[in-house]
Design a protein around this ligand. Structure first.
Ligand code: OXD
Ligand code: MN
Length: 594
């Protein structure tokens, strides 16, 4: 097939990868429905995807990954910079030459008998000031079909790129889906990403975590902007004014649910609305007006299916109604629809589980994998913001950090100032989830929810945040939230979901000086009566006092783990002095509070 560009940098690079991987043919993805339909038909004929009920789920498909390949593999993810210091103590590192040699062996001939697809794609609206372009080479139709949902993909990207060498090179080969030889590798200095032996989204949709977070965070450091693991949402108040915030939570902690939340009835009646700009990634720049402006570089949602239902997230469910790819969920063989745990209380009687086996819903096993996913077009979402495609992005009033903590972290607190907010982000911790391979439910420090996604030394990343603060005339305020505090019986105290708007309302009021706060050792906290609990069953002022308490002995315990975490950076001495000073300040205030 004829190349879709004359760009010599693109063509030379593809020639090299073709010589290495030796595909039978090369197919350029132009983005046309005609071409995509032919690929869908081909993938259906080989069983790679299954077409779902065209009445109930028009344009939707199911895919199952290999059983050993269901989540991101952080222990096999590398940042290959010339020195280990540049990657820092929280990333796996290998010398680039050594890694290229290892990868080249795995890629050699890996596409024999297969087709190499060339996917030109843009992160952000093509031609916008935020836009960055990438080309992913892959031997997977599943990847092609996901990438055209998750990004703006097709020949318009090559036209926008023109003759420029400024594109991110991504090479993905399924090879043998061999766990022992699975590698997800970023070479920030080379603008290059290599992924081999996986077919799971987070490892192979290279525009997402690999480019829009790992490579982009590195570029943001160089170029003076931020690439963050954050949702972006707009809150419209009854006066019709929309205020925006960006919020970072670790994987599978409810970013998609928060980004699409439906206000509680007492809010809806008054005219409150929430608009989703993004559910996973924010690229943030200083605007001409001195505020921070954020855009979502993606074009779709790669959301966690289990737990998504008409109550928890009706907007996400609506988004998956058409033109969506489901991965590792249950197939209902009676009507060719899909199901997952937490969708409803009626698991299908005749079904095939995520492993492709007949499934009896009464046998106690899970039908869908806990990290099963939907890939849905953003335009399908009923609450998608009218600014979603605005090339300027949206102005941020607040930045919110949050983790999944059974204890310690209160429902919400505000940092004293920007630098203290960076400190608050740096000490974020959360219980691990199924989004990454490994133990679930273990508390780990996950600064800014970027632990698996920061493409350079995390200490330098914190310094970049501090330095950015000095350049932003009109800084957003920084907050921390925790929806997941448990009572002594192990139940969530706060109802979460739509009711989180009650907390976001307080946050926005703080940003516009519309409410007071109490100064505590950890930051500013709401007067318990300032969070609106009108219409909330079972939540009293006393519950609010409990949720908003600072447990000093527990915070002192936490200090130990924060210090241990910071100590990892001693070897390179990259923890900013500002953060060390804030750690000492916190310790001092906690000591005085006892
Ligand atoms: C995701 C993740 O898929 O964070 O967004 O794992
Ligand atoms: Mn994520």
């Amino acid at each position: 097939m004829a190349a879709l560009t004359n760009n010599k940098y693109v063509l030379d690079w593809i020639d090299e990868q073709v010589a290495l991987c030796q595909p039978d043919q090369v197919v350029w993805i132009d983005g046309s429905e005609e071409q995509l339909n032919a690929l869908r038909d081909e993938a259906c004929s080989t069983g790679e995807i299954i077409r779902l009920n065209p009445e109930k789920h028009p344009g939707c498909f199911l895919h199952r990954t290999a059983i050993n390949d269901v989540a991101r593999v952080e222990n096999r993810t590398f940042i290959c910079t010339p020195t280990r210091k540049e990657a820092g103590p929280t990333n796996n590192w290998m010398d680039p030459a050594e890694m290229y040699a290892k990868l080249n062996k795995l890629y050699k001939g890996a596409m024999k008998g297969r087709t190499m697809y060339v996917i030109p794609y843009s992160m952000s609206v093509v031609g916008s000031p935020f836009a960055k372009y990438g080309i992913e080479l892959t031997d997977s139709i599943y990847v092609v079909l996901n990438m055209v949902i998750m990004t703006r993909a097709g020949k318009q990207v090559l036209e926008a790129l023109g003759d420029s060498p400024d594109f991110i090179k991504g090479l993905h080969a399924k090879a043998d889906i061999d766990e022992e030889n699975r590698y997800i590798v970023q070479f920030p200095q080379d603008n290059a990403i290599c992924s081999v032996n996986s077919g799971y989204g987070g490892n192979v949709l290279l525009g997402k975590k690999c480019f829009a977070l790992r490579i982009a965070s590195y570029l943001g450091h160089k170029e003076g902007w931020l690439a963050e693991h954050m949702l972006i949402l707009g809150i419209e108040n009854p006066q019709g004014e929309i205020r925006y915030l960006a919020a970072a939570f670790p994987s599978a902690c409810g970013k998609t649910n928060l980004a699409m939340l439906i206000p509680p009835e007492v809010y809806r009646e008054k005219g409150w609305k929430v608009w989703c700009v993004g559910d996973d990634i924010a690229w943030i720049r200083i605007g001409e007006d001195g505020r921070l402006w954020a855009c979502n570089p993606e074009n779709g949602f790669f959301g966690v299916a289990p737990g998504t239902n008409v109550k928890s997230n009706p907007n996400a469910l609506a988004a998956t109604r058409s033109n969506t790819i489901f991965t590792n969920v249950v197939l209902n063989t009676d009507d060719n629809t899909v199901w997952w745990e937490g969708l409803d209380k009626n698991p299908p009687k005749h079904a095939i589980n995520w492993k492709g086996e007949p499934w009896d819903c009464t046998d106690g096993s899970k039908g869908a994998h806990p990290n099963s996913r939907f890939t849905a077009p953003a335009e399908n979402c009923p609450c998608i913001s009218s600014e979603f495609n605005n090339p300027k992005g949206v102005p941020l009033s607040a930045i919110v950090f949050g983790g999944r903590r059974a204890k310690t972290a209160p429902l919400v607190y505000q940092s004293f100032d920007w630098d203290h907010g960076v400190f608050v982000g740096s000490i974020m911790a959360s219980e691990t989830t199924a989004a990454a391979a490994g133990a679930v439910g273990v508390v780990r420090r996950d600064p800014m929810a970027m632990l698996p996604f920061c493409g350079y030394n995390m200490g330098d990343y914190w310094q970049h945040w501090i330095d950015m603060g000095k350049k932003i005339p009109n800084k957003p305020k920084i907050f921390n939230v925790n929806w997941f505090r448990l009572d002594d019986e192990g139940h969530f105290i706060w109802p979460g979901f739509g009711d989180n708007l009650r907390v976001l309302e307080w946050i926005m009021k703080r940003c516009f000086d519309e409410v007071d706060a109490v100064e505590t050792p950890i930051g500013y906290m709401p007067n318990p009566e300032d969070i609106n609990i009108d219409g909330l069953d079972g939540i009293t002022l006393d519950t609010m006092k409990d949720l908003l308490s600072v447990d000093v002995p527990m915070w002192k315990e936490d200090l130990k783990s924060i210090k241990e975490f910071y100590a990892k950076f001693d070897e390179f001495d990259t923890v900013p002095a500002e953060l060390k000073a804030h750690l000492a300040g916190l310790e001092d205030r906690l000591n005085k509070a006892e």
